[in-house]
Ligand binder design. Sequence first.
Ligand SMILES: C[S@@+](CC[C@H](N)C(=O)[O-])C[C@H]1O[C@@H](n2cnc3c(N)ncnc32)[C@H](O)[C@@H]1O
Length: 256
Amino acid sequence: MVEMMIKTVEARCSERVEEARLIASQFGGDCVTGPLQNGEYRIVLFSDREELWDYTTRKHGFPLSFQSIDRRIGAGNLSKKQPIAKAVGAQANHIVDATAGLGHDACLLACMGWQVDAIERDPFVACLLNLAVADANRVEDLAKTLQAKLRVQCGQAEDFLAQQTQLDVVYLDPMFEMERGSALPRKPAQVLQALVGQQSVEGVTLLQVAKARARRVVVKRPRKGPPLGDAPNLSFKGRQVRYDVYLSSGDAPRTP
Ligand SMILES: C[S@@+](CC[C@H](N)C(=O)[O-])C[C@H]1O[C@@H](n2cnc3c(N)ncnc32)[C@H](O)[C@@H]1O
């Protein structure tokens, strides 16, 4: 039997009740209180944080926040030696993350210094992403970076791309089965997969649209998985994932 998915929002403090109503209207859900029902995913607004709770864990949600990302300049996650940074390339200024999800890749790329437009088509997921971006305002360095570098839009990426002329880089991370390669911690990755399902087939179409609009398209894949479309011009392997790079015909293949 297929379980119904219920998406809701709850304000745990009186000053966020209006905001909860607004968020519910953005994804077409309800404001609720009380125990979670089977199949329910609930955004919970506390006075000092936001969490996503789901019926499988009931009591423990995960934070809608980028605060735990390692943000040491030039080190760890933000090193330009990371395969994701090499795949984007030193020549790039602007990136369209056309499959933004919970925004961890978009946040990483913005913290690395690129200007990022993050597009997410699922209204509930877009609300989760917007809450994580708003949470960044509680931390000075993140607030400064994300206000300057990251813009989020809810919508179909194909529509956004159709309005652009020559784009610098389009980044794609269509959902694939292997969870361990996600930029997200395990629990958020599982929940996101449950919310939006597998999308590799749709990703092929998006790749075609992106290739027609951008100088460079980067596609995140499982390390040993097949490419999303044709063979890429370049590939950069990490421990668990691979970044395939497609260059527009005018761009000679080069290692950034
Ligand atoms: C694997 S998740 C991306 C995870 C993301 N890289 C992160 O770090 O959180 C893929 C996301 O892309 C979104 N998506 C898929 N196709 C899309 C499209 N054509 N336009 C906009 N969003 C899309 C899905 O709703 C899903 O949230």
